[in-house]
Design a protein around this ligand. Structure first.
Ligand code: SF4
Length: 213
């Protein structure tokens, strides 16, 4: 089994949860967010460009992750799977988790907008689910991401029955020109009602030019 990995960023602090972490960034994403900061994760857009690619077996990736074992243990950190959309490669991540030291914290950064079959393999593997929900209004969501919100809602409703609420870190972005304060308030309310957690509201910064709506 091979992981299609775009980059591995070691010795991160203060960006991906508690402690020192290694961020593993995967290729591929089903969304097309207008302000995507990692647009080169979309293979189809750069298939002919010389984007560096990394193909790792689970054993090879573990060898890289073990280099910082002492930092993970001393700081309460571990591994963060991001992207792109890491859940598209959940079978690979599951194999990595089986090989990982149980003292490492395992976290995933996801939009959760994938078929449920991509979520299921990792239910018992993750210590934290960092979910960027974009916006819970279906029209705003579709305008911003280019895809329907249905998978996200379905997956949140199933995941909350299987994962303790303390493992959820939900992020609600302010997206310039796409959602307004009332949209953000509605998203926060929905998260509080459904997941019983306080989401983190944060600002997206417009990094690319987008056509007028
Ligand atoms: S979910 Fe993330 S990687 Fe995917 S298109 Fe949106 S910003 Fe880019």
């Amino acid at each position: 089994m091979i992981g299609d990995i775009m980059a591995i960023s070691r010795l991160r602090m203060g960006t991906d949860g508690k402690g020192v972490s290694t961020l593993v960034i995967f290729f591929g994403c089903p969304l097309n967010c207008k302000y995507c900061a990692n647009d080169f994760c979309h293979k189809s857009k750069n298939i002919s460009e010389s984007v560096p690619r990394g193909a790792y077996t689970p054993q090879e990736l573990i060898q890289v992750l073990r280099k910082d074992d002492i930092y993970y243990r001393m700081s309460g950190g571990g591994v963060v799977f991001g992207g792109g959309e890491p859940l598209l490669q959940s079978a690979f991540i599951h194999e990595v988790c089986k090989l990982a030291d149980p003292n490492w914290q395992m976290r995933i950064e996801t939009s959760l907008n994938v078929p449920w079959e991509c979520v299921e393999p990792l239910i018992n593997d993750m210590d934290e689910w960092i979910i960027d929900i974009k916006d819970m209004d279906p029209i705003v969501y579709k305008k911003y991401t280019g895809v329907k919100i249905d998978n996200l809602i379905h997956n949140i409703n199933r995941l909350k029955e299987l994962v303790d609420a303390s493992k959820f870190h939900i992020r609600v972005p302010r997206i310039p020109e796409f959602n307004r304060e009332e949209n953000i308030e509605n998203s926060v309310k929905w998260i509080k009602n459904v997941l019983k957690v306080e989401p983190e509201v944060f600002d997206y910064f417009r990094s690319v030019e987008v056509p007028e709506l």
